[in-house]
Ligand binder design. Sequence first.
Ligand SMILES: [Zn+2]
Length: 304
Amino acid sequence: MITINTEKGLVKVESWEDVESLPGFVKNLNPTNQKLDAIIGRYIFKEKINCGLSNCHTPHAKGFIVKTIDGASTNIGKDCGKTYFGVDFETLSNKFDRDITESENRDKLWSFSFKIDEIQDAIHNLRCSEYGANWIYKKSRYLVTLGADCPNEIVKQILSMGKNRSSGLFKPREATDFEIEALSNSQNRQISKPHFIEEKIADISGLDALYPENDLKNILVIDLEENFKTFISKDIDQLSFEDLKYWSKWIGTVETSLQKANDSIQAGRNLLTQSNLKPFLTLLTKNEDKLIFRRFLEGLTNQT
Ligand SMILES: [Zn+2]
């Protein structure tokens, strides 16, 4: 890849012949008594190109195209640049690299800006479709908020399963005489009665919808929608180097965030079905709580 600074700004050219046809270009420049005027290009290639200085000619895959005050231009690597043109070369090559980064980031933001409508439609669909993100977020809050619409025993259990990232729903029950005997034998000590064991009663799917990194409000509203609002209000042509860097990095995360939101919605749909959450009923002892939770289940889908 070759980037050349022209009157029209930085342009990319494909072939090395374009460089050799630049006015004043020489393949064999004697650096003695030459002074650097400007850096006019940069290149990165797979195949190496010989340094244009007459006393060097080391092959480089990466280098700069420089112009001297006498009007001659040639290609050199970073080391020759520093050796023959000193601090000026370092300052100018750093600036040239920075200008290229700036211009590439600006181009990236411009091409991204043409896709904004499409992405915003996609976000709207993810949020507002039937059993979409808005529905999932609202329903799932009840499962993780103490004192809201679900009995606290269930909320505590779900929070603990989420914290341990474990899908198994366990309930304590009194061990049978036979189990106590087996346990006493295996542990070589007398287990006294009553003894409780944790029994797995179900595997709950979709709990990952409740993990903090899959939080649909964070992904779709706080990250995507808010950043889109800010991004749209910016004039890309006026953005500073730092802002261009920030936004280029952010647009690089948009695709992944959408995928994450999709996965979280899928998990949320698996979680919020009557059959998936029904086993929690067995944790409840009070009839009043059972009634409340049944009512909550009725508001979910009944897919299996
Ligand atoms: Zn050289």
